[in-house]
Design a protein around this ligand. Structure first.
Ligand SMILES: *Cc1c(COP(=O)(O)O)cnc(C)c1O
Length: 232
């Protein structure tokens, strides 16, 4: 079943790319495996998947220990400063940096472990009260500040668009994100690139691809509904 879901998602990625003249190789599919047991992740791995997204530090670390070592782990959830130390040397990319204090902590722990940590800055592009992330107008300043931290590389931006039944409604937010990337890229800041645009989830990833996403984060579309009651 997981295998079929992945096939279907990859087909839709291809179709979205065809519609806008992009190549599917440009898009990294992140399998969002939060709350799912490792046996299920293994099914996705066996189907060829290598990028997995988790939103809790403990869960990411537990799965990291058990799963094959060639997996690239993405931290996509809100990150507390006191937990940074557990993941800096385990993750491919932290998608959810939304404050200088958090970035400073990442830099500090990265130096202790002698690693360089790749991050994205999270943007609350629709300015929803319930969401983490920076206001659009504050992003450039934060990126400039973080660029001075020598053990961090800013790779781009991430957003969680509003939940909607009609993905078309998020198109304008995705456009805004892409424009923000272009604007920041034009500043040519040291240690900063805007190559990664992480946006689009199960409900809206095709639209996100049409608007320039380079990473999409798909949970339900691959693993089915999450059952939070059976967790822990
Ligand atoms: C859970 C989650 C996703 C995946 O959501 P689906 O709608 O299940 O695809 C993507 N991004 C973030 C940050 C998440 O927390």
């Amino acid at each position: 079943m997981i295998q079929e879901n992945i096939k279907e998602v990859r087909k839709k990625i291809q179709e979205a790319c065809n519609r806008c003249g992009r190549v599917a190789d440009e898009i990294t599919l992140i399998d969002v495996s939060k709350t799912k047991p490792v046996e299920i992740l293994q099914e996705a791995y066996d189907a060829g998947e290598r990028n997995f997204g988790e939103n809790k530090v403990q869960e990411l670390c537990d799965k990291y220990e058990i799963m094959p070592k060639d997996i690239k782990w993405h931290m996509i959830g809100h990150l507390q400063r006191n937990k940074v130390k557990y993941i800096v040397d385990k993750v491919e990319l932290i998608h959810s940096v939304d404050s200088y204090r958090l970035a400073e902590q990442i830099d500090l722990e990265a130096k202790k472990k002698n690693v360089i940590v790749n991050i994205l800055v999270e943007v609350n592009v629709a300015q929803e009260d319930t969401k983490f992330g920076l206001k659009t107008q504050d992003v450039l300043n934060l990126v400039e500040d973080i660029s001075k931290l020598s053990s961090i590389r800013v790779k781009g931006l991430m957003t969680v668009a509003p939940y909607t039944e009609n993905a078309e409604e998020n198109r304008s937010y995705f456009k805004k994100m892409r424009q923000l990337c272009v604007d920041i890229n034009a500043k040519n800041i040291d240690n900063v690139s805007m190559d990664v645009l992480s946006m689009g989830m199960t409900g809206d990833y095709e639209i996100a691809i049409e608007e320039g996403a380079t990473m999409i984060r798909v949970g339900t579309g691959i693993f089915g509904e999450r059952n939070y009651n059976t967790q822990e």
